[in-house]
Design a protein around this ligand. Structure first.
Ligand SMILES: Cc1ncc(COP(=O)(O)O)c(C=O)c1O
Length: 497
């Protein structure tokens, strides 16, 4: 127990504001990941007020709080219409509001697994496969671990694209669900959804479109190949309202083709002495605030409003891609469709002209813009998807393109010709300590000692070094379980009292 005097409410809020001063700026297009700023303050204000009205509710029971059911109905109907889900018939599209993309992905997998197991008695205790391109969001690895499926990542080309043939060659009866993305977060590529969903349908395999990222932008994006419920083989689809729906964090939509698929997502039990439990999603009690905020934004914007905001995102994306293309030494990875691009070193020019994307990201941070470091990834077939810098492009950036482009040019100038970070010394030390390939995995104390040696732990909340390029290079080359233990320890220590 602390003996510090209690604070009055005004002082508490001042303290919170002080804490917030150390956060990355959430508005104004300064951070190109994590947050989705429509650049329209009235949308934030509306979300704020709606969230406050719904704050006392508990989403656990929509019969006690019918406003929750009404808002969920409206949101599911809106997203269903945006992604062309049929409203009637046995293939009608129904769904749920979840707490975010990860929960939507987890539930899509759980549903498919339960249906796969129920399809025949010899499958009842079997372990099916979860098939997806290697660029599918990590939430699917989490789902495979949580729900006991074998994660089967299909290798992609170095530009992050996956071929339909390589996906199709791995479709078999032990696949409970095949996942495709619209688009994939690391590359911005839209997977070959038509080919994969057609083939899955022909074999009676469920196919999930992960549109958590693009689901509220692609419906209004020009020139996207058909990617949604217009394809008959698409059996479920996730779309996050807290991304390009512009709602505060905590709200996503998961849609299923047919009521039976949706219902197998539910957990219900009467086998305890308490109230009968029916949870459509993973959580029990849940906040209605993000739901109400999303509902209010959708009521306010409607499809036309989203079309307008998407047009600004399209303009910003084109402007930023053009700015990047004009800079010697960097290139856009692959052929992105939608509001994400990844910048890589242009390997077609001599090394002295190349711009390493992680040095670029570090230099951009000095310019006041945060772009996201993505470590390279060597796949099962040996093909390496190179390390890159991810950019999530939001409507607010439309007004900032010239400033962003100028910062990118200056940052590239400073990074050009610098060799990628080389973690050889750190790797050798790790091997000596027994954490090399095939070696041990550090526990909390050892992981923290290693992190301290690597310069982490400067002070509360500032545990991460300001230049991330060396850390990312190490993360890429360490055995995955070791890197995962180190990163888990870092994040755990940040919040440890
Ligand atoms: C394609 C895709 N799927 C799933 C997710 C997970 O979403 P969340 O962070 O809301 O859990 C993300 C997040 O960026 C994503 O881009």
């Amino acid at each position: 127990m602390t003996s510090e005097p209690r604070l009055d409410p005004a002082r508490v809020l001042d303290r919170l504001r002080e804490l917030r001063e150390h956060d990355a700026p959430t508005h104004g297009g300064r951070i190109l990941a994590y947050v989705y700023d429509p650049g329209r303050p009235e949308i934030d204000e509306l979300a704020h007020r709606a969230a406050e009205i719904a704050r006392p509710l508990n989403g656990l029971d929509p019969t006690a709080f019918p406003s929750i059911a009404a808002m969920e109905r409206d949101l599911v109907a809106f997203v269903r219409s945006a992604v062309h889900g049929p409203r009637f018939g046995p293939g009608r599209v129904v769904g749920s509001i979840t707490s975010g993309g990860t929960e939507s992905c987890l539930l899509a997998v759980k549903s498919a697994r339960d249906r796969w197991r129920a399809a025949s008695p010899d499958r009842a205790h079997a372990r099916p496969r979860l098939l997806a391109p290697a660029t599918a969001h990590a939430a699917f690895q989490k789902a495979a671990r949580a729900f006991d499926l074998d994660w089967d990542p299909v290798p992609c080309a170095a530009d992050g694209s996956v071929s339909a043939e390589s996906m199709l060659s791995r479709l078999d009866d032990d696949v409970a669900l095949v996942v495709v993305s619209a688009p994939a977060y690391p590359s911005g590529a839209v997977d070959p959804i038509r080919e994969v969903s057609d083939a899955a349908r022909a074999r009676g395999i469920d196919c999930h479109v992960d549109a958590c990222f693009g689901g509220l932008a692609l419906p209004w994006w020009p020139g996207v190949p058909v990617w949604d419920f217009r394809l008959p083989g698409v059996t479920s689809l996730s779309a996050d309202l807290h991304k390009f729906g512009f709602a505060p964090k905590g709200v996503s939509v998961l849609l299923h083709r047919g009521r039976a698929r949706h219902r197998s997502q539910f957990f219900a039990t009467t086998r305890w002495p308490g109230y009968p439990v029916v949870n459509p999603t993973l959580l029990g009690s849940r906040s209605a605030s993000p739901l109400a905020a999303a509902w209010a934004i959708v009521q306010h914007l409607g499809a036309d409003g989203y079309a307008e905001l998407t047009a600004r995102t399209v303009a910003a994306t084109r402007g930023i891609a053009a700015a990047a293309a004009a800079i010697e030494g960097i290139a856009v990875m692959g052929s992105p469709v939608g509001p994400a691009i990844a910048l890589v070193a242009d390997v077609s020019v001599p090394e002295v002209e190349r711009v390493d994307p992680h040095h670029l990201a570090d230099a951009m941070a000095e310019e006041g813009f945060r772009i996201q470091h993505q470590p390279g990834y060597v796949q099962a077939d040996g093909v390496r998807i190179p390390h890159s810098a991810h950019l999530t492009i939001t409507p607010v950036l439309d007004a900032v393109v010239p400033e962003f482009g100028a910062a990118l040019r200056r940052a590239a100038e400073r990074a050009r010709g610098r060799a990628p970070a080389n973690p050889a010394a750190a790797l050798a030390a790790m091997r000596l300590l027994g954490y090399g390939p095939g070696g041990r995995v550090p526990g909390p104390a050892a992981a923290w000692r290693i992190l301290r040696l690597a310069g982490a732990g400067g002070g509360s909340g500032s545990a991460v070094p300001s230049r991330l390029a060396p850390l990312m290079a190490l993360v890429e080359r360490l055995p995955a379980p070791v890197a995962e233990a180190l990163l888990s320890e870092l994040i755990a220590r940040v919040s440890e009292p």
